[in-house]
Design a protein around this ligand. Structure first.
Ligand SMILES: [Zn+2]
Length: 120
């Protein structure tokens, strides 16, 4: 989290399995955590710029397993929709954007996507 060093999960799995937590960063001895965004952390600028670009370039946006309640990421589906894209939402629970979806499936992601892939 401190120096920006990236490691792949398989590289730290043995330490995690043995000790129940991630090893310290090899570069700076700081905390290693998954590359997800926790509440209060800023969104990474380059990834947000890229997300906006692909949002404005897509024909169909698939939202899988998001409450669509945390901004700014939750703004992308409506941005795509306003730009002429279709919108499909697959989430176990309702979201505030369900009424904008062209396809809405309230179900578990794993079994639903497995069935979709098997049908292809
Ligand atoms: Zn580090």
């Amino acid at each position: 989290m401190d120096c920006g060093q990236r490691v792949e999960i398989p590289d730290i799995r043995a330490h995690f399995d043995a000790h129940g937590d991630a090893p310290d960063c090899a570069a700076c001895v700081g905390i290693v955590k998954t590359a997800s965004i926790s509440f209060g952390q800023p969104m990474p600028e380059a990834e947000m710029t890229r997300a906006e670009a692909v949002t404005l370039d897509c024909d169909l946006m698939l939202v899988l397993g998001s409450s669509l309640a945390v901004y700014p990421a939750a703004s992308f589906p409506l941005m795509a929709k306003r730009n002429g894209s279709g919108l499909a939402i697959l989430n176990r629970d309702e979201t505030p954007q369900d009424r904008f979806a062209d396809l809405l499936i309230n179900a578990e992601i794993g079994p639903t996507m497995r069935a979709i892939v098997q049908a292809l």
